[in-house]
Design a binder for this molecule. Structure first.
Ligand SMILES: Nc1ncnc2c1ncn2[C@@H]1O[C@H](COP(=O)(O)OP(=O)(O)OP(=O)(O)O)[C@@H](O)[C@H]1O
Ligand SMILES: [Mg+2]
Length: 256
């Protein structure tokens, strides 16, 4: 694939650049990204499309014809703006946006996709890959993971307002399915809670309380159980989140 000249850069981080090609979006990874990860993201997105979840269509995986780039994932473009930019523009409407965001997440959690990767396997691999934790902590985390309720619901894995696109007619779609698995909704809620907490503990608590209310089930206990596992998986992802912040969430075994 040759990238066209008339493209707009949407995001540039870590090992990738996301471009808007007009009617399509292309996520271009550098040469450090394993090609199997790119095909996995495409396959995961195709399964999400087939499950009937509002999402961009998976169109193509292609090698970029240039010296410094590796592989790319092409998807359809969902015209609109991110929920994150809507919240930034009108912070006074946070409560209203949060409700729509939560209802969308609850709708995702009502879906199943039996061929999707399993959450438990993914978190086990991530905890195993960590070299920042000692053997006892690793054992405790894996034992805790093993004891969690076994569920097989679609989980986005990185559900936050920057991955929700609001169209002109106010319909919502979800992009960025690279981390999706089938597993426990409470784990997915714990990830969203952690991501909100990076900016505001108050917003994180509002999110968790409203999710519980809309779902009609208190999630606080299960989320607290998942948080150390989620923080460990986030540490393994090596995003630019403060390592001490994440270690603080992992080291909470005293309250057991
Ligand atoms: N199909 C799409 N239609 C419209 N906008 C999109 C689409 N895909 C991505 N975008 C926009 O590009 C931004 C970045 O894309 P994406 O979220 O997939 O990458 P990322 O956050 O860098 O990925 P990751 O979380 O895997 O590191 C999104 O926040 C969204 O604004
Ligand atoms: Mg994203």
């Amino acid at each position: 694939m040759i990238l066209p000249k008339n493209k707009t850069e949407l995001a540039h981080r870590g090992n990738k650049i996301v471009y808007d090609l007009g009617d399509r979006i292309v996520k271009v990874f550098n040469e450090t990204k394993p090609v199997s990860d790119v095909f996995n993201e495409a396959l995961t997105l195709a399964r999400i499309n087939e499950a009937g979840i509002p999402s961009p269509r998976a169109l193509e995986v292609a090698q970029i014809e240039s010296d410094d780039f590796g592989w790319a994932l092409v998807t359809s473009k969902v015209p609109g703006v991110t929920l994150e930019s809507k919240i930034d523009a009108e912070p006074q409407r946070f409560g209203e946006f949060l409700e729509a965001f939560i209802d969308l997440q609850i709708d995702i959690h009502a879906h199943t996709a039996p061929l999707l990767n399993r959450q438990r396997d993914k978190y086990t691999r991530m905890i195993d890959s960590l070299d920042q934790i000692d053997a006892t902590t690793r054992y405790n985390l894996l034992e805790r993971l093993d004891g969690m309720k076994k569920e097989f619901k679609v989980c986005h894995g990185d559900f936050n307002p920057s991955n929700v696109i609001v169209s002109d007619d106010e319909t919502l779609s979800v992009c960025d399915w690279a981390h999706a698995t089938q597993g426990s909704p409470a784990a997915d809620v714990a990830m969203t809670y952690l991501l909100f907490s990076l900016n505001s503990k108050e917003q994180a608590d509002m999110y968790l309380d409203l999710y519980s209310e809309r779902r009609g089930a208190p999630m606080q206990g299960a989320v607290r159980q998942w948080l150390p596992i989620i923080a460990a998986s986030e540490l393994a992802r090596k995003r630019s989140i403060d390592e001490r912040f994440l270690m603080g969430w992992i080291d909470v075994f005293d309250y057991q």
